[in-house]
Design a binder for this molecule. Structure first.
Ligand code: SAM
Length: 230
C-alpha cells in the first residue's frame, strides 16, 4: 500500500465512523467537548462581526456559541450525518458538507478559523493548515483544541490501560497520523510555520498569527500551548 492510499484509507475509515456515530457523539460527548469552546473562541478573538469558519464542526456547538457572540459563523464537516444534525439543532447557521483539507471557499474569506478536536482526525493535517491559511484574511487567526497525551491525561490513561488489559490494539485498522502528534506544542509550531503562519510578533506575511490551544485534562483546564496572536 502506498502512503497516499494509506491516507485515503484512513480518511475513509474516519468518514464512515463519523457517519455511523454522529447521534451517539451528540449524546455522549457534548458535555465534554463544549467545555473548550469559549477559550477556543477567545484565542481566535471571535467577537461581533467576525467571519468565522468552524472546521470539523460536528453537531455545530462551536458555530452556535460563536453566533451568540455576534460572529458570523459557517460550519464545515465531511460527515453528512453531522451536518444534518447541526442544521437541525441550529437552523439559522450555515453548515456545509466538505473536506477540511480542500476548502470550498475563496482566499481571504474569513477573519478566524477554529477547530475543536478535529486536528487528530485528519489524514493530511498539513493540507488543512495550508487551506486554513489560504482562506484567512490578512491578520486572521487560527485556533484549535486537541487532547493532551495520555502521560498528562487521566481519561486517556484509563481508556488505554483498560484496552491493554482486556482488549488489544492489534487490529487491522488503516494507519493514520499519530493520535497525539499535536499534543506537542513544538509539533504545532512546525506544522503552522510550514503553512506560513507566524508566531507572536506583528504579522509580516498575509497570514497573521496563529493561536493554539491544548486541553490539559490533568489540571482540568485548558491552556494555551503554543503561541497566541499578539
Ligand atoms: C471529535 S468530532 C468534533 C466535532 C466538533 N468540532 C465538536 O466540537 O464537537 C470530529 C469531527 O471532525 C469531522 N472530520 C474529520 N475529518 C474531517 C475532514 N477531513 N474534513 C471535515 N471534517 C472532518 C468529523 O466528521 C467529526 O464531526
Amino acid at each position: 500500500m502506498t502512503a497516499g492510499s494509506e491516507t485515503s484509507a484512513f480518511s475513509d475509515f474516519e468518514h464512515a465512523g463519523w457517519q455511523r456515530l454522529a447521534g451517539g457523539y451528540n449524546t455522549h460527548f457534548k458535555q465534554l467537548v463544549v467545555q473548550t469552546i469559549d477559550p477556543l473562541l477567545d484565542a481566535a478573538r471571535v467577537g461581533p462581526g467576525c467571519r468565522l469558519l468552524d472546521l470539523c464542526s460536528g453537531p455545530g456547538y462551536v458555530a452556535d456559541r460563536a453566533r451568540r457572540r455576534g460572529a458570523v459563523p459557517i460550519g464545515l464537516d465531511f460527515s453528512g450525518e453531522m451536518i444534518a444534525l447541526a442544521k437541525q439543532f441550529y437552523p439559522e447557521i450555515q453548515f456545509r458538507e466538505g473536506d477540511a483539507e480542500s476548502l470550498p471557499f475563496p482566499c481571504g474569506s474569513f477573519d478566524a478559523v477554529v477547530m475543536n478536536f478535529g486536528m487528530h482526525h485528519l489524514g493530511r493535517p498539513e493540507r488543512a493548515a495550508a487551506e486554513a491559511a489560504r482562506v484567512l484574511c490578512n491578520g486572521g487567526k487560527q485556533a484549535f483544541t486537541v487532547w493532551a497525551a495520555p502521560s498528562e491525561s487521566i481519561g486517556h490513561r484509563i481508556i488505554f490501560s483498560a484496552i491493554e488489559t482486556y482488549g488489544t490494539f492489534d487490529l487491522p485498522l488503516p494507519r493514520g497520523p499519530p493520535m497525539f502528534r499535536f499534543s506537542d506544542p513544538d509539533e504545532c509550531r512546525r506544522l503552522f510555520a510550514g503553512a506560513g503562519f507566524m508566531e507572536g510578533t506583528a504579522p509580516r506575511s498575509l497570514l497573521g498569527n496563529p493561536a493554539f490551544l491544548r486541553l490539559d485534562q490533568r489540571r482540568a483546564r485548558t491552556r494555551r500551548a503554543a503561541c497566541d496572536a499578539a
